[in-house]
Ligand binder design. Structure first.
Ligand SMILES: [Zn+2]
Length: 243
């Protein structure tokens, strides 16, 4: 299939821990199918910048140092999904974050999206990038950052020519605080706790498909294309990775 070929692929949700390559995969999918990649962070920023009614509400709440509540986030997502470019499909990034939001999304799509936009009735397919925990931990803790200009290396996959020295500017390479093992372990644990209920919600609906994220990135992309192009026929079964 050519890049950007118009095909109704429907809503796609990607799940995967930090470092699993979710961003790269989402970008490829968006380009191949010509569908927008929608992140709640972007929607929030855009609403605040435009000074929309929802944006003004969110801004006031954030100014008080509080988290933007669920219903406000859902309203912003709804407004974005009503835009015409979402009809053939879209990729959601960072949403839904809870099982309640997942339920809200299904209801919104059923009751409003499909009917009003004449989109194909196609509930979200959820692709989870599964990666081996220890390999992921190794990859993430291998990051080294150059002190002078922030050039990034990885002692396992992209080492500098001379240990601890930046190839570009000769400055010292350090492990940033965020890349320390205990910080990464905490981040992965928090991610798992937060997303598990979302994954379980979709698993119960038969719409969760796992792909093997330990394979080379091109192969992971290939698995995703297959899943997306068989959307509706898959019912939770992946030919690539234990279901
Ligand atoms: Zn450097």
């Amino acid at each position: 299939m050519a890049e950007g070929t118009a095909v109704n692929v429907g809503p796609i949700i990607l799940l995967g821990p930090p470092g699993a390559g979710k961003g790269t995969q989402a970008k490829r999918i968006a380009e191949r199918y010509g569908i927008p990649q929608i992140s709640t962070g972007d929607i929030l920023r855009s609403n605040v910048q435009r000074g929309s009614e929802l944006g003004l509400q969110a801004k006031a709440i954030m100014a008080r140092g509080e988290l933007v509540p669920d219903d406000l986030v859902c309203n912003m997502v709804a407004a974005r999904l009503r835009e015409a470019d979402c009809v053939p499909g879209f990729i959601l990034d960072g949403f839904p974050r809870t099982a309640a939001q997942a339920g809200w999304l299904d209801a919104f799509l059923e009751h409003e999206f499909f009917d009003n936009l004449h989109a194909d009735k196609c509930l979200p397919i959820v692709i989870r990038i599964d990666v081996d925990y220890n390999r992921l931990l190794q990859r993430l803790t291998g990051r080294r950052t150059c002190l002078a200009n922030g050039h990034i290396y990885n002692v396992y996959s992209q080492p500098p020519r001379v240990a601890d020295v930046c190839d570009v500017d000769g400055s010292q390479l350090v492990t940033r605080n965020d890349d320390r093992e205990e910080v990464i372990r905490e981040r992965l644990k928090a991610y798992d706790l937060q997303t598990r209920p979302v994954a379980e919600y979709y698993q119960q609906k038969g719409r969760l498909v796992s792909v093997n994220g330990d394979l080379p990135v091109e192969q992971v992309t290939g698995q995703m294309y297959w899943v997306i192009e068989h959307h509706g026929a898959v019912e939770g079964m992946s030919p690539f990775y234990g279901g």
